[in-house]
Design a protein around this ligand. Structure first.
Ligand SMILES: Cc1cc2nc3c(=O)[nH]c(=O)nc-3n(C[C@H](O)[C@H](O)[C@H](O)COP(=O)(O)OP(=O)(O)OC[C@H]3O[C@@H](n4cnc5c(N)ncnc54)[C@H](O)[C@@H]3O)c2cc1C
Length: 398
């Protein structure tokens, strides 16, 4: 079977490409690389703000939302074209708030939740950080202890979140809290939206090996109105699990743009680099290695199509999205390691070195790629999900 874009999709791809080229000419790809590498961790620059505003004005922030809420009811295939092209051109991505939390509000939120948050998310006024993980609750997220106690028309929140990426840019937290300590641990959890700028929220940076910034965020007697509860109280676990399905599927769609770019750049390098008097790509072993990588990138691309088709059928892509997340994230590490071998010491030059290839792209990728293996849940646990929910195998003994 041969997969091809529809005329509408091909036209959209062209539109996104010229949009991308406009921002590359303005220097946004360099700014984004600086941000991902951690050399720039400050507030958004005027160019970054312009980019996000532009995405909102074009309706690309809410393509897949219902028309009633300002969306275009675009297919998942169209959304994945946008993700792919932005990542391929090394530009910032559509916010997680748009791609994972907004669909969760639409699916599980009350009408009041939708009225309060959707338009503000669409316009870019509201950006959530994902507040799930705690020092003692990562994979075993249902053990989370951050508490929200109802007092009249408010909740009082106390606790600590770790790996709270983006909290230093976000306007609000999408916070998983325990609202019923007496219920079984999966049943007493709720999701509450917490403004970042209220008294009692304290954010401390945490730097990764890849150079990017994440955070520890502490909540001390933070007061929020009950209207900030998403959906029903104590039903948060199912909302979190659903949002994670969207997140994993989206991680895969983004990574595929990056994988294709990395492989294109590696082939370009091998065509130009000379080793022992001959061009690298003329070596049969090198050609075989590149061909194997090409086949793997193609497999992950096909899985991306399957995820999109699943979403467009109205189903949640739990198993296929998880498969795609595992394969895409591990291929990213494999591809970068292969590049390191092929480029020899040259691959290790970082972006500050004028002799580095593509501003140290592979050196940085080598440090950044591992995050993808545990972001959205670790791949060991993802394999359990594929085994149990995809293949119907029994639960692992714990
Ligand atoms: C850079 C970065 C950014 C992140 N951003 C966010 C964010 O924005 N918001 C957020 O909420 N979280 C975020 N996370 C947290 C991420 O989702 C967790 O790291 C992940 O869920 C694993 O939890 P843990 O680190 O506590 O490891 P653990 O749960 O302690 O796991 C440690 C190891 O044990 C393995 N393991 C644990 N349980 C099992 C099991 N049952 N079966 C098999 N193996 C198992 C794991 O696979 C892993 O290898 C981020 C993490 C990192 C590193």
């Amino acid at each position: 079977m041969r997969f091809a874009l529809t005329p509408e999709e091909a036209a959209f791809q062209e539109e996104v490409r010229s949009f991308a080229l406009h921002y590359i000419e303005a220097g946004l790809d360099t700014e984004e690389e600086e941000r991902r590498s951690g050399r720039h961790a400050g507030p958004f620059s005027p160019l970054e703000l312009q980019f996000y505003k532009d995405l909102g004005e074009r309706g690309w922030n809410s393509m897949h939302w219902p028309r009633a809420y300002g969306g275009q009811e675009a297919s998942a295939g169209m959304s994945s074209i946008l993700s792919f092209e932005l990542e391929y051109h090394r530009l910032p991505q559509v916010e997680w708030t748009v791609s994972t939390f907004a669909p969760t509000i639409l699916k599980n939120g009350t009408q009041e939740n939708i009225n309060l948050w959707l338009e503000r998310i669409r316009s870019g006024e509201v950006v959530y950080a994902m507040g799930y993980s705690e020092p003692d609750a990562g994979t075993d997220l249902a053990s989370l202890r951050t508490s929200a106690v109802r007092e009249g028309d408010s909740y009082v929140i106390n606790g600590e979140k770790i790996w709270n990426s983006g909290a230093h840019h976000a306007t609000h937290e999408w916070l998983a809290v325990r609202t019923d300590p007496s219920a079984p641990k999966h049943r007493g959890i709720s999701v509450i939206i917490v403004p970042i700028d209220v008294p009692g929220v304290e954010i401390t940076p945490l730097w990764t090996w890849g150079g990017s910034r994440t955070n520890i965020t502490r909540f001390t007697n933070v007061i929020v109105p009950v209207e900030n509860l998403i959906g029903e109280e104590n039903m948060g676990w199912s909302y979190i699990v659903g949002a994670l399905d969207y997140e994993r599927a989206d991680i895969g769609a983004r990574v595929i743009g990056r994988l294709r770019r990395l492989l294109d750049d590696l082939v370009h390098y091998c065509r130009g680099a000379v080793r022992d008097g001959r061009v690298l790509i003329s070596d049969p072993a090198v050609r075989r290695q590149l061909a194997e990588l090409e086949a793997k990138v193609e497999v992950v691309t096909l899985l991306t199509h399957e995820v999109c088709a699943t979403v467009d059928r109205g189903e949640t892509p739990t198993v296929v999205g998880t498969m795609q997340k595992v394969m895409a994230s591990e291929l990213r590490t494999e591809l970068t390691s292969a590049a390191f071998e092929l480029m020899d010491l040259e691959g290790q030059l970082d972006g500050n070195d004028p002799l580095s290839f593509m501003a140290g792209e592979f050196e940085h990728e080598y440090r950044y790629a591992p995050v993808q293996r545990f972001g959205g849940g670790t791949n060991e646990v993802m394999r359990d999900i594929i085994a149990q929910r995809g293949l119907g195998l029994p639960r692992t003994a714990r």
